[in-house]
Ligand binder design. Structure first.
Ligand SMILES: *[C@@H]1O[C@H](CO)[C@@H](O)[C@H](O)[C@H]1NC(C)=O
Ligand SMILES: *[C@@H]1O[C@H](CO)[C@@H](O)[C@H](O)[C@H]1NC(C)=O
Ligand SMILES: *[C@@H]1O[C@H](CO)[C@@H](O)[C@H](O)[C@H]1NC(C)=O
Ligand SMILES: *[C@@H]1O[C@H](CO)[C@@H](O)[C@H](O)[C@H]1NC(C)=O
Ligand SMILES: *[C@@H]1O[C@H](CO)[C@@H](O)[C@H](O)[C@H]1NC(C)=O
Ligand SMILES: *[C@@H]1O[C@H](CO)[C@@H](O)[C@H](O)[C@H]1NC(C)=O
Ligand SMILES: *[C@@H]1O[C@H](CO)[C@@H](O)[C@H](O)[C@H]1NC(C)=O
Length: 926
């Protein structure tokens, strides 16, 4: 390993860490490993487990934890120099885009999970050195964790990745993802339970991945791990001679009782590094390996300090992260661990560089005992509902299914979901659920698995064209609407539980092509569509009630809409005679193809279900499949599509195509990768829009509406402006969706709309009196959106009485403090004067009388005026923080000086991190 030792001014000295040569692995005999340790040597021959010589830990083969893959050995030339036994064998995964290891765990428990990778030219292809990219992805459960980038990597070296995470269920999985740049492989996997109190900022939605963990001072072991560290964390040692000063003590160094956040072994704290008295600071800076892009990472440093000087010296220092003061005037306690961290706040610090700087009153320069540096791994994606997973795995085992892509979580992440499943992702904060299973013609044998019948979200089960035998089990179906068992070997009788649901019209049952049908002659045994009249006759009461309800609703609806019959611009479509729509027309089969058989639902709205899809050219699209088939006959759909196809604006979603025929009625739009505004402002706490981004999105939405109102003749009223209808593209540009649709629906005379135009809470109060929808209706709804953007609050608040959002804001303002309404996630980082103006504007939009509300043009110009104010304010704020903190300017200069190498005061060293891709050098000491 090479450590760059830097001294300014002076030359850059490269030190070969001589200690390495002395590193001797001592073979010790240890007791039982702590419970819960799982140590896997991937690719090891089954049943040849062994005790690791360095740690005494028992390593097992991986056969029970993974399916698929091939056992391999590193090439003979690297065998002798292998860093440890685990690096000698590996498992590679030439097939499948995602392959997962599943390790047993306890739900909600915290774990350290470590994976290592040694290529060792196992395939003889020199993949790491042939000049091409060689990399693959690593997932922790259903979230992406890291990229293992072995491009230009020495084949003998170990890459290790470590993550601290909370188990999402009773297993945690590690998946290798094929990016098409080389075959993924893995050498070892280690799971170590942590105490629940440890690393308090790690939770179900935040994991942290290791960039480096270092202990300072003169120690012989290059790596300190289990059994010194009970949790088997790897601590890499770092020490240096002049001007560095290695300190040591034999006194015990412990945490205060009750502080068990990190449980650092005393031995590690007994050594420290300081600098010669003539120096004033230490810069700890981690250079990442070229294969890891640290600029995009959000870092979390944890510093561990203890004063280990025997006397009680005056040692005080400040800790900076690229100019930002993290901790000021810190003084380490004697023989007691002080772990300095910012409670899970993540920092941007492209050079991973931290300065410990002596304060003016301090006698001694800073010291440091140990340090950990992590990067943020978001755990936004949820695993599939655990019951669904349990039953799917039962069914998979029942039929001995070995589909290559039935690996890892069934629904998540979306692009790796199991083939043949359709999942419902529409509730963004709930686990995805399985709604349909298609195992048609899958060679299934044996009886019908009851596991499927237990899945409470399953609506569609297709087991046709298999060799299923025996009787259909008598089972109370939960939610199943379609059960296709045709062309199997099933025998009768059909259980009552199923027959009753079929007869009530609740189940579409298909049994043709089974022995059962040789005796029974019922609709489910013919391959024609079931006879609706007949079903209706069987059960009379339900349909009669339904029909009368329908009729009543029809009449009621017509009455209500009389008053406003020919409002707005509807007439214009009548003039259009030849309807030429300048858009791609999709067929149902094409839609099936691009949505991968309607696999992933991204939303459910008043008009139908929205699916995710991918066009032939790779463009991602959202496909809105409209629910009401009555619309298909309606003359309104095509004119509507035609209008929409003519609307082009950067803040309006682009219609790419449509599908209209007996089988489908759908609109195809550009897919917006950041979801909708509601999800962003009401989503998790770990991502929050800043003030400026919020105003930008508001302006985007306002501009989209302005275009609909002012630039289209006659103007288009959106009718359903709300945060779920404001989508965000990858650059967080606000894009309005769902415009124009409501009209086609509401005016279809035969149609009984499930929703009135607009959504409760966003709907113009005047509408209730007049039933007139005008452009000012949209302005009202926009005002509500603006209030949501500012406050982050739901439309209706209970505190303690029920308030509609505008009233709550009025109430709060009347109570005297406008700042109380601002979204707490902004952490007070907004500009007070623009706040007042934005609130005024929003309140103006929600005026009761339409006539008092501004036009969208006015709204746009007001927002535009506010935005530059925000931007310049931000500059002056940051300027004033630097003047508030006199140290700041000085520090920044020192940083520059350090970089340009002119200071004779500063001393810096690099502790040889290689960015989570730490290099371990084989013992030969090359
Ligand atoms: C791999 O590299 C070694 C040494 O550099 C060379 O001898 C061997 O021929 C290479 N193999 C392939 C397949 O390129
Ligand atoms: C979550 O899933 C989406 C879609 O499958 C994927 O693009 C995204 O990267 C995932 N997020 C994380 C944190 O892994
Ligand atoms: C470490 O300590 C040993 C004596 O225990 C000494 O010989 C050696 O020079 C020290 N190394 C450093 C880097 O301080
Ligand atoms: C520990 O510190 C003492 C001086 O305080 C020094 O003489 C000794 O070499 C150090 N031991 C190591 C292993 O560095
Ligand atoms: C992988 O490493 C190579 C070589 O350092 C680098 O050029 C490339 O950008 C890296 N790729 C990724 C995705 O990190
Ligand atoms: C699945 O495989 C096991 C052993 O390989 C066998 O005993 C069992 O009968 C098989 N089950 C089915 C349904 O084929
Ligand atoms: C059912 O099994 C028979 C033989 O057991 C086989 O010939 C036939 O192809 C199977 N049918 C299906 C649909 O798998």
């Amino acid at each position: 390993m090479v450590i760059n030792f830097m001294c300014w001014p002076g030359t850059k000295l490269a030190w070969i860490l001589a200690l390495l040569l002395n590193l001797v692995i001592t073979i010790k005999v240890y007791g039982q490993p702590p419970s819960g340790f799982i140590s896997i040597d991937c690719g090891l021959r089954n049943s040849s487990s062994y005790n690791d010589s360095a740690t005494g830990l028992r390593f097992d083969a991986d056969a029970g934890f993974v399916q698929g893959g091939m056992r391999k050995q590193i090439s003979q030339q690297f065998m002798a120099a292998a860093f440890n036994e685990q690096q000698k064998t590996l498992r590679s995964f030439p097939r499948g885009s995602r392959n997962c290891y599943t390790l047993p765990s306890t739900i909600d428990k915290k774990y350290l999970l470590r994976a290592t990778f040694t290529y060792g030219n196992y395939d003889g292809l020199n993949k790491t050195l042939d000049g091409s990219l060689f990399l693959f992805g690593l997932h922790i459960s259903v979230n992406s964790w890291a990229t293992v980038n072995l491009t230009n990597w020495d084949p003998s070296e170990v890459v290790w990745n470590e993550v601290l995470t909370v188990a999402p269920s009773n297993s945690v999985s590690v998946c290798l993802v094929n990016f098409g740049s080389g075959v993924p492989f893995i050498s070892s996997l280690e799971l170590r339970p942590l105490e629940d109190t440890m690393y308090p900022f790690v939770n179900t939605s935040v994991s942290i991945s290791l960039l480096g963990r270092t202990r300072y001072g003169n120690v012989t072991d290059f790596i300190t791990r289990y059994p010194t560290d009970n949790y088997d964390r790897f601590w890499r040692s770092f020490s240096t001679l002049f001007p560095g000063m290695n300190l040591n003590t034999t006194n015990k160094v412990e945490s205060l009782p009750g502080n068990n956040f990190f449980n650092i072994p005393s031995v590690i704290m007994q050594n420290a590094l300081s600098v010669d008295m003539n120096y004033s600071g230490i810069i700890v800076s981690s250079t990442a390996h070229a294969n890891l892009d640290t600029k995009s990472l959000q870092l979390l440093p944890i510093f561990h300090f203890a004063e280990i000087n025997g006397s009680n010296p005056n040692r005080r220092f400040d800790i900076y992260s690229t100019g930002e003061l993290l901790f000021s005037d810190f003084s380490p306690s004697r023989f007691q661990v002080d772990s300095m961290h910012q409670n899970g706040r993540f920092l941007r610090n492209p050079n991973a560089s931290f300065l410990l700087k002596k304060t003016g009153s301090s006698t001694l320069p800073p010291l440091i005992n140990a340090e950990e540096l992590y990067w943020l791994v978001r755990m936004d994606n949820l695993t599939t509902d655990s019951e669904d997973v349990k039953y799917m795995i039962e069914a998979k085992n029942h039929y001995n299914l070995t589909r290559i892509n039935w690996n890892g979580d069934p629904c998540s992440p979306r692009e790796y979901s199991w083939e043949g499943l359709t999942c419902d992702y529409s509730k963004s904060n709930q686990n995805p659920r399985i709604v349909s299973v298609n195992l048609s013609a899958s060679g299934l044998k044996g009886g019908l698995a009851v596991s499927f019948m237990n899945m409470v979200s399953l609506e569609n089960l297709d087991l046709s064209h298999n060799n299923l035998t025996g009787a259909i089990p008598d089972y109370q179906l939960k939610s199943l609407k379609i059960l296709n068992l045709s062309h199997n070997q099933l025998v009768g009788p059909i259980p009552d539980s199923i027959l009753q649901r079929f007869q009530a019209g609740l189940l579409d049952l298909r049994l043709e092509g089974n022995p059962i049908c040789s005796k029974v002659k019922d609709t489910y045994c013919s391959n024609k569509k079931k006879n609706i009249i007949q079903t209706m006759l069987i059960t009379v009461t339900v349909p009669v009630v339904l029909v009368s309800l329908l009729v009543l609703m029809c009449i009621f609806w017509k009455l209500c809409w009389k008053g406003k019959s020919d409002h707005e611009d509807y007439a214009m479509y009548e003039e259009e005679t030849s309807l030429h729509v300048d858009l791609r027309r999709f067929t149902y089969v094409e839609l099936k193809l691009i949505t991968n058989d309607f696999q992933s639902i991204i939303g459910k709205g008043g008009f139908g279900i929205v699916y995710h899809g991918k066009l032939e050219n790779g463009d991602e699209v959202a496909i809105k499949v409209l629910m009401e088939t009555s619309i298909a006959e309606s003359t309104d759909f095509l004119p509507e599509v035609q209008t929409l196809s003519k609307v082009h604006h950067k803040n309006l979603v682009t219609l790419k195509g449509y599908c209209q025929n007996k089988k489908c009625l759908a609109l195809i739009y550009d897919f917006m990768s950041r979801g909708n505004l509601q999800q962003l402002i009401r989503g998790g706490d770990d991502y929050s829009l800043n003030w400026e981004q919020r105003l930008h999105i508001a302006l985007d939405a306002a501009q989209g509406l302005e275009y609909l109102h002012e630039s289209c003749t006659p103007s288009i009223v959106h009718r359903d402006v709300k945060t779920p209808n404001i989508l965000l593209d990858k650059n967080l540009v606000g894009i309005i969706s769902d415009f124009g649709l409501s009209r086609a629906f509401n005016d279809a005379h035969t149609h009984i709309s499930t929703v009135a135009a607009g959504t409760l809470g966003y709907l113009d109060p005047e509408y209730h009196a007049t039933f007139q929808l005008t452009v000012k209706t949209d302005v009202y709804s926009f005002g509500i959106v603006l209030l949501e953007i500012i406050t982050g609050q739901p439309l209706v608040l209970m505190e303690p009485q029920t308030f509609h959002l505008p009233n709550w804001v009025r109430h709060k303002i009347a109570m005297g403090n406008i700042h109380d309404i601002v979204d707490k996630r902004l952490l007070d980082q907004y500009d007070a004067s623009s706040l007042q103006s934005v609130v005024d504007l929003a309140m103006n939009c929600v005026e009761h009388a339409a006539i008092n509300r501004p036009t969208m043009t006015k709204v746009v110009s007001r927002l535009k005026e506010l935005l530059p104010v925000v931007s310049t304010e931000k500059l002056s704020v940051s300027a004033s923080t630097s003047s508030v903190n006199p140290m700041d300017a000085e520090i920044r200069r020192q940083f520059q000086l350090t970089i340009s190498g002119v200071s004779n005061e500063e001393y810096s060293f690099r502790s040889g991190y290689t960015g989570g891709m730490s290099e371990l050098i084989p013992l030969s000491g090359r």
